[in-house]
Design a protein around this ligand. Sequence first.
Ligand code: F0G
Length: 473
Amino acid sequence: MTILQAGAASVAKQDAAYQTCINPNCDTKLSVEETHVACPTCGSLLDLSYDWDRVNVPSSLREFEARWSNRRNPLDVSGVWRFRELLPFAPESSIVTIGEGQTVLRGSEPVGRFVGVGDLLLQYEGFNPSGSFKDNGMTAASTHARMVGAKFAACASTGNTSASLAVYASAAQLFDVVVFVGSGKIAFGKLSQALDFGAHTLQIDGDFDDALKQVRDVCEREKIYLCNSVNPFRLEGQKSIMYRVLEGLDWEPPDWIVVPGGNLGNSSAFGKAFLELKELGLIDRIPRLAVINASGASTLFQLHENQSVEWNGGETDDATINEFFTRMDAEDHRASTLATAIEINRPVSLKKCLRALDICDGVVREVTDEQILDAKAQIGAGGFGCEPASAASVAGAKLLREEGVIAASDRVVCILTGHQLKDPNVTVGYHSSTSGDVDAKLSEAGVDAVSFPNRPIVVQNDLDRILEVIRSL
Ligand code: F0G
């Protein structure tokens, strides 16, 4: 095993990009040549910060449009790096790209009807090379790994992060990869990707929260480059999802961004993206953010909505947060949802997400697996497809509309985070069910009824019988 060559460079005056601690009482600054997953002084999460005066940021977001027509430069093909002035931490020669982020924002009338709004749009991140939004972040993490000369990288994952890291490692051939997954906890589509892309795959006898704890310890001891969202470089790439949403709306911010919440990296990145754009004068209004938990994995909802834990200028109520986790441990309370991608009880980016909620006047909701799967079926019937966790966004938007928090006239963007084929078992289970006879796995998870099943029709291998069925449709 070759290990990461850890740098100890200090921040130089001329550096436009550097790392900072998110704790307002800690003024630690670190060079981008350094690799940390927590502040070495106080242990808080780290951010990328930029001296924007030293970056040649376009004076209008519209200037980025020209890039899109230039297919010769791989950096302009990438939906992340064509916005490179907004994440200027890497020399262009270090950038690792596999054409990620060529994703689209599309309106959907049928899904809008289901949610109860006239102007509903879906940002379809399933179009990414590994089939999920994670590639937006992994291109940035891989780029930083290359900058610091890492030869071994790792992550814990509910499946998509591992698929994404595995494809970057195999495509770039710059570093070897080990992924930690919970045994029996990851959808087969995702596991198959990690295996096929050649990642060393450790199935831990536990869940994601266990796997993340282990990988953090392993990476620290062995100086392996960690690619979970505690890595601040990864989240820089995920900001680009919001740039593309804005681009799809002719640079007009929508009223709402609705996103599933798991480890809370995405929501954190979205908040940072909007804050920076506002500070740079590139947008004049920040959309509201809704983060949607599965009810079987709803730490953020419990803390933010039920216990009023807020960002509070960085002075978060840590006593309440710690008490929550202590009780969770004492009761051995495990996350449990069919939306396995967000089956997480200890979100590592919790504080950054609280900051994003503050920036975006955000709300958090929880939705049941039944609501998630019904929403997923409606997304599919509307001509998109997504995996269960992604549908939490649409289920959450529907709930917020019913509550009157989202107005019928609002422009709402739901983020579809992962591809339909990631988890076919749940999809087939749902569509094979009837309300009186729900698939065993779904039923075990508390799904009592399905509202939009599309059952396969079993028919004899006989023309008359087949015609009978066809004519009855
Ligand atoms: N949707 C999908 C499809 C995901 O894979 C994830 C996270 C999320 C939503 C939640 O995003 O963590 O930024 O709040 N999947 C991670 C993984 C945890 O390991 O693949 P988040």
